[in-house]
Design a binder for this molecule. Structure first.
Ligand SMILES: C[S@@+](CC[C@H](N)C(=O)[O-])C[C@H]1O[C@@H](n2cnc3c(N)ncnc32)[C@H](O)[C@@H]1O
Length: 271
């Protein structure tokens, strides 16, 4: 069986990364490097370099002082700067170990602004109209299409009128570039989820690894228009949908400024 550390090591190798321990998660995840911190549950990495969607969420969270939510927060790459900016934030992740590590990194004086809630999309729930903004970064591509639609509908319902939803996801235009021909052909055929990639070992650049990658069992790669469609179908108004350049991704992880996709959508109505 492929271990989390094993797949992370192989992917990092393909991306040309040095495999050095991260002090805070060394015991659990084995290594980290170049701004990437391995998750503990086979869902890839938390990237310490933030994109403009996460930065805008942090700015809004700090300025508004209203309750906000991060889904799939990992070790707090967005939650901790949001707290430092003055946010009242609920940080959620499917892996309670990630939340414990996050808590250990937050200075005592900021803890009153932080609520930790373990939970997994699409099943997790909050009362309607609980949050003024939600960030869900690099999580949706671990879900099947119907679950992406259900998750975005749920998150839309947790927003107050006027509330902001920030979504970021992986595209085929980076480490998963071997998927591009299938992806673009499926898109041309009008398939609803053209980025479904089963058996990650079959798509890594270079020769296939000797053992299959079992975690995650699939990825569902997305692009700005797919994210925007999902938001519109959930009743949201899309303000911004764009590819996100990731110049910090090195080697095969970096392609042509389309490595990630982001969307900002709002729930109609006055705040
Ligand atoms: C690739 S990391 C992304 C971390 C961070 N948000 C970022 O953008 O760098 C994915 C994180 O989302 C969590 N996650 C994956 N699937 C999830 C789901 N269905 N519901 C909630 N959290 C999930 C994982 O445990 C992990 O912490």
């Amino acid at each position: 069986m492929t271990t989390v550390t094993g797949w992370v090591r192989r992917l990092a190798g393909r991306m040309g990364l040095r495999q050095e321990p991260a002090p805070r998660v060394r015991a659990e995840a084995g290594w980290s490097g170049n701004g990437m911190v391995a998750t503990l549950n086979g869902t890839g990495f938390m990237f310490e370099v933030r994109d403009r969607f996460a930065d805008d969420f942090i700015r809004f969270a700090g300025e508004s002082g209203q309750p906000v939510l991060e889904v799939g927060c990992a070790y707090g790459v967005a939650t901790i700067p949001a707290l430092e900016a003055g946010a009242r934030i609920t940080a959620s992740d499917m892996d309670p170990r990630h939340l414990e590590i996050l808590r250990s990194k937050v200075p005592d004086h900021l803890l009153p602004g932080l609520t930790l809630v373990p939970g997994a999309l699409p099943g997790m729930d909050f009362p309607p109209a609980s949050f003024h903004a939600i960030l869900c970064s690099r999580v949706l591509h671990f879900l099947a299409g119907d679950d992406i639609d259900a998750s975005v509908r749920r998150m839309a319902g947790w927003l107050v009128p006027g509330g902001r939803l920030y979504l970021v996801a992986d595209t085929p235009y980076g480490i998963w570039r071997r998927k591009i021909p299938e992806y673009e052909a499926a898109r041309q055929r009008g398939e609803r989820w053209p980025g479904m990639l089963v058996g990650l070992h079959n798509y890594l650049p270079g020769t296939s690894p000797p053992t299959p990658i079992e975690k995650p069992p699939f990825m569902n790669l997305l692009d700005p228009e797919l994210l925007a469609r999902t938001c519109r179908d959930a009743g949201l108004t899309v303000l911004d949908a764009a590819f996100i350049p990731r110049p910090d991704f090195i080697s095969q992880g970096r392609m042509d400024d389309r490595e990630n996709a982001g969307v900002l959508a709002v729930r109609p109505g006055a705040p």
